[in-house]
Unconditional design. Structure first.
Lengths: 160, 238
């Protein structure tokens, strides 16, 4: 049986076939045992999907939502600040990012080849043939696999 | 034809009304009042939709606690932009769209962050299932056990699906939406809905078959207990 026929069966099961096509398919099903078996399998799969009844709404849910919405409405937001404040904030952010990127690049350029580097608090060893990003992710995966407990300070393989 | 039940939503989900009611029309009015800062309108809207929204989020995310957080976030998103929505169609479609996108983003973030493994929420889900004992004291324990097995198998199979397929399956099977309604919620074509649903069903069949094979490898005592209790075989329609 081809995928198109199976798709038609799915549409029939879900009441999505136009009535003429539905009748034609039902006649085929009555005449073809293989098609009838496929229908039963699909219907069984569909009806066999079950999830627990919905849980009751937690008490006070609506009150909490309204409270949060009110708190958000009254909290000071950057969007409401004067234009010069928003511009200053954007420039500060951009400057900070540029400085950070520049420092990181300067450190990498100045560091002798073959030594370890630290990116985002994670010490990585340069892996021959791979990029710094790959070494960073490898170190993270190593840290996640070892499950080392945090000591409060970034150590080898630990995230800050 | 008797083999094809017309109610595809199943006993565990209440199907959404096919035609808009007066209540649906007033939802847009409530939203307009929310845009004007009316807290009572906000509370009323939450109460109208909290049940189905929590249900949808829980079915998409597979975790009740995360679903509560997600449902709150969805409602707050709705209220933040209350003044920008044009009253077109049903408000619940809009809510479903925001909720589905929000939950899909959460699901995708889970996949990107291996530390927050799906297994953790699945384990919590297993614990939650264990407290969902039938409320009626006279309920048949074998029936309850079988129901919980189906729920567990379904949740595992759903968790294994890609988020886009999971969303389509949940919206059709458990929320009772038509293909056209699902397409409206997800912002895709009906053809895309069909394609995703078809692939989801194929994937589910593989998952559930795998699960039943593992189940058949259980100790003989467990199998005999299941058979003796009159539990139907997987795949037979009840």
């Amino acid at each position: 049986m081809n995928a198109r026929t199976e798709l038609q069966l799915m549409r029939l099961l879900h009441g999505e076939l136009p009535s003429g096509e539905a009748r034609a398919l039902e006649q085929r099903i009555a005449a073809e045992p293989e098609l009838a078996a496929a229908c039963r399998r699909l219907a069984g799969l569909w009806q066999g999907l079950e999830l627990p009844p919905p849980r009751p709404v937690p008490p006070g849910f609506a009150t909490r939502v309204v409270s949060r919405a009110r708190a958000e409405a009254t909290a000071p937001s950057l969007a409401a600040a004067p234009a010069w404040v928003r511009l200053a904030a954007a420039l500060s952010l951009a400057t900070g990012m540029a400085l950070g990127a520049g420092l990181g690049l300067w450190q990498e350029v100045g560091r002798p080849a073959g030594t370890e580097s630290e990116v985002g608090g994670v010490e990585v060893s340069p892996v021959e043939g791979s990029s710094l990003a790959e070494a960073y992710w490898s170190a993270l995966e190593g840290e996640a696999g070892s499950g080392e407990a945090g000591s409060g300070e970034p150590g080898r393989g630990e995230l800050r | 034809m008797g083999a094809f039940p017309t109610d595809v939503a199943g006993a565990s989900a209440s199907a959404l009304p096919a035609t808009p009611s007066a209540a649906e029309g007033s939802d847009w009015q409530l939203l307009a009042r929310v845009a004007g800062g009316d807290g009572e309108a906000m509370a009323e809207l939450v109460e109208h939709h909290q049940g189905r929204l929590l249900r949808l989020c829980e079915r998409l995310l597979g975790d009740a606690e995360e679903a509560r957080d997600a449902a709150q976030d969805v409602l707050l998103k709705l209220f933040r932009k209350a003044g920008s929505f044009k009253p077109r169609g049903q408000l619940y479609t809009l809510i479903y769209r925001i909720a589905t996108n929000h939950c899909l983003n959460r699901l995708r973030r889970r996949r990107l962050v291996p530390f927050l493994s799906l297994e953790r929420s699945s384990e919590r889900g297993e614990e939650e299932l264990s407290v969902l004992d039938p409320p009626a004291p006279g309920a048949d324990p074998a029936v309850a056990l079988e129901a919980r097995r189906r729920w567990r198998d379904t949740r595992r199979a759903l968790a294994a699906l890609p988020p886009s397929q999971r969303a389509v399956l949940v919206l059709t099977r458990f929320e009772g939406l038509s293909y056209k309604e699902v397409a409206g919620v997800l912002g895709i074509t009906v053809g895309a809905v069909e394609s995703r649903l078809f692939r989801a069903l194929r994937g589910l069949e593989r998952q559930l078959d795998r699960g039943s094979q593992q189940g058949s490898q259980r100790p003989p005592e467990a199998a005999q207990e299941r058979t003796a209790s009159g539990v139907s075989q997987k795949g037979e329609k009840r």
